[in-house]
Design a protein around this ligand. Structure first.
Ligand SMILES: NC(=O)c1ccc[n+]([C@@H]2O[C@H](COP(=O)([O-])OP(=O)(O)OC[C@H]3O[C@@H](n4cnc5c(N)ncnc54)[C@H](O)[C@@H]3O)[C@@H](O)[C@H]2O)c1
Length: 307
C-alpha cells in the first residue's frame, strides 16, 4: 500500500498506540488532542513503544501532534477516533469531521460499546463510518473488530480491513452493529459467571483468576473455544451443556455484588481494593508482567511475519 494520510483524534491510552501502528507501517500520521499535556507526552509515549518493541525511534517522527482538528484531518484518507466513551462527544466530533475532512476520508470509531449507528447519527453520509475496535494496548494486541453497520458501509469496511492488514493487525469483520461487538460480549459473559460464583461463596476472586490462568486460559491464545469444542467433540460439549447451561448465572442486570463494591469505592488497583486487594507494588508487578508477556508475543509475531 502506498503512503496514506492517517488522522487520529485523541492522543490518550488508545490513540497514541493506534498512531504508532500506522507510523510504523510507513504512513504519515497526524494526531489531534485538545489537551496540551497529552500532546506533550505523545512523542515520549511513542518512543517508549519503539524501545519496548525494539523498533527504530524514527517511527515516532512519522507521527505529528496537533491541537487543531482542521489541520490534523485536512488531507486525511482515514480518520481514527479515540476520544472518551461519550455518545454526545463522538456524535459532535463526527459531524465536525464531515465538514473538515476530505470527502474521500473514511471515518473509524474505536468505541468499546456504543453502537456505530448512534455515533454516526448526525452524519449526512453515515456509510463512511465504521467501527474499528482495537484492544489495549493496540500496538501489542493484533485483533481489531471492524463493525459493518449495514450493507451501505461494507465498502468502507473493506478498505479499513486492507489498511489494518497492511499495518500487521488481524482485522475481523462483524456483520451486525451490536453492543460490545464480539470480544467484549465473550469477555463479559465470563465475568458475569465469575462474579456470580464469588458472590455465592463458591470460591474467592483469587481462585477464579487461578482457574482461568492455570486452566483453560493457558491454552486460549492458541485454541479458541469453538475450535476446542471441535477438538474434544460436540457430543461431549452437548453432554456438558445439557447438565450445566440451566445452572449458569442469568442475572439480567449488573450483579448486585459488583454494584456494592463500586458503591463502597472499591474500584480495583487504583483504590487498593476491588475483587482482590492490591498494594502499589503488587499492582505494578501485574502491569509489568502483562506488558512483558504481550511485548514478547508481539516481537515473536513480528519476526514470524518478517516485519
Ligand atoms: N482503554 C481501553 O482499554 C480501550 C480499549 C478499546 C477501546 N477503547 C475506547 O477508546 C476510546 C478512547 O479511550 P482511551 O482509553 O484512549 O481514553 P483516554 O482518556 O486515555 O484518551 C482520550 C483522549 O481524548 C482526548 N479528548 C477529549 N476530548 C477530545 C476531543 N473533543 N477531541 C479530541 N480529543 C479529545 C483526551 O484529552 C484524551 O487524551 C474510548 O471510546 C474507549 O471506550 C478503550
Amino acid at each position: 500500500m502506498t503512503q496514506t494520510h492517517i488522522a487520529v483524534v485523541g492522543a490518550g491510552l488508545m490513540g497514541h498506540g493506534i498512531a504508532y501502528l500506522f507510523g510504523a507501517a510507513g504512513h504519515r500520521v497526524r494526531v489531534q488532542d485538545p489537551s496540551p499535556a497529552a500532546l506533550e507526552q505523545l512523542p515520549l509515549r511513542l518512543r517508549e513503544i519503539c524501545d519496548l518493541l525494539g523498533t527504530d525511534r524514527a517511527t515516532a517522527d512519522q507521527v505529528e501532534g496537533s491541537s487543531s482538528l482542521a489541520e490534523a484531518v485536512a488531507d486525511a484518507d482515514f480518520v481514527f477516533e479515540a476520544v472518551p466513551e461519550k455518545l454526545e462527544l463522538k456524535q459532535q466530533l463526527f459531524a465536525e469531521l464531515e465538514r473538515l475532512a476530505p470527502a474521500r476520508a473514511i471515518f473509524c470509531s474505536n468505541t468499546s460499546s456504543i453502537p456505530i449507528a448512534s455515533i454516526g447519527a448526525r452524519l449526512a453520509d453515515p456509510s463512511r463510518l465504521v467501527g474499528a475496535h482495537f484492544w489495549n494496548p493496540p500496538h501489542l494486541v493484533r485483533l481489531v473488530e471492524v463493525v459493518v453497520k449495514d450493507e451501505a458501509n461494507r465498502a468502507a469496511a473493506e478498505r479499513v480491513v486492507e489498511l489494518l492488514r497492511a499495518a500487521g493487525r488481524h482485522p475481523v469483520v462483524l456483520n451486525r452493529d451490536i453492543p460490545g461487538f464480539v470480544g467484549n460480549r465473550l469477555q463479559h459473559a465470563l465475568k458475569r459467571e465469575a462474579i456470580a460464583l464469588v458472590a455465592a461463596g463458591v470460591c474467592d476472586a483469587e481462585t477464579i483468576d487461578d482457574v482461568v490462568k492455570l486452566g483453560f486460559g493457558a491454552r486460549l491464545a492458541v485454541l479458541g473455544p469453538l475450535e476446542q469444542s471441535d477438538l474434544v467433540g460436540l457430543d461431549l460439549t452437548k453432554a456438558i451443556h445439557d447438565v450445566l447451561i440451566s445452572d449458569l448465572d442469568v442475572t439480567p442486570h449488573t450483579h448486585p455484588y459488583l454494584d456494592a463494591l463500586v458503591a463502597k469505592g472499591e474500584l480495583g488497583m487504583k483504590t487498593g481494593k476491588g475483587f482482590r486487594s492490591w498494594t502499589p507494588e503488587t499492582a505494578a508487578a501485574v502491569r509489568e508482567r502483562l506488558r512483558t508477556f504481550l511485548a514478547k508475543s508481539a516481537r515473536a509475531d513480528g519476526s514470524e511475519s518478517g516485519r
